[in-house]
Design a protein around this ligand. Structure first.
Ligand code: AR6
Length: 171
């Protein structure tokens, strides 16, 4: 039985096997949650991201890669790249769904039992909060990865927290 949890706050503080990063295709860091993860996690994460870049040239939108987690409480960071909101004209919903599925798939392949997601694409990438929340919750509840026992949504802002709280209670 998979548990769905909701926490308001900073994902770098969460104690789970893996936290997910809302990265960009370069994997070289940025602002928002990506900036926070690299800042708290330390240089080891970026070093591993550079190796992945050398091997496969970054990460495409909707895909995910995994590194260790440096100084974070988590054991791994799963870096996924959300879509930039383009008024719904660029297949954003499918791409956002793929972020959650591919992150869970990678987690499952790496023996991860607990994972925490930020609200991918809803910051700098401008995805409308309600649509993004619907996709995130529907995708993880319908996903079938029996080894993953716990999925935590970590909401940084009040608006996202309230939305998730309402929607998760309706499940
Ligand atoms: N913990 C949890 N959630 C956070 C944190 C944190 N410490 N900080 C911000 N958020 P964003 P995106 C929330 O902008 O929209 C970067 O430059 C934030 O409130 O981090 O996918 C990357 O390198 C929002 O709800 O990611 C990319 O270039 C959510 O995390 C670009 O931003 C996502 O906001 C990706 O944009």
């Amino acid at each position: 039985m998979m548990e769905i949890r909701l926490i308001k706050g900073d994902i770098t503080k969460i104690e789970v096997d893996a936290i997910v990063n809302a990265a960009n295709t370069s994997l070289l860091g940025g602002g928002g949650v990506d900036g926070a993860i690299h800042r708290v996690g330390g240089p080891q994460i970026l070093e591993e991201c550079r190796k992945i870049r050398a091997r496969q040239g970054g990460c495409k939108v909707g895909e995910a890669v995994i590194t260790t987690a440096g100084n974070l409480n988590a054991k791994f960071v799963i870096h996924t790249v959300g879509p930039r909101w383009n008024e719904g004209n660029s297949n954003e919903a499918e791409k956002l769904k793929n972020c959650y599925i591919n992150s869970l798939k990678l987690a499952s392949e790496n023996g991860i039992k607990s994972i925490a997601f930020p609200n991918i694409s809803t910051g700098i990438y401008g995805y409308p909060l309600e649509e993004a929340a619907d996709i995130a919750i529907k995708t993880v509840t319908e996903a079938d990865f029996p080894e993953i026992k716990s999925i935590t949504f970590v909401c940084f802002g009040d608006d996202n927290y309230r939305l998730y709280d309402k929607k998760i209670k309706q499940l």
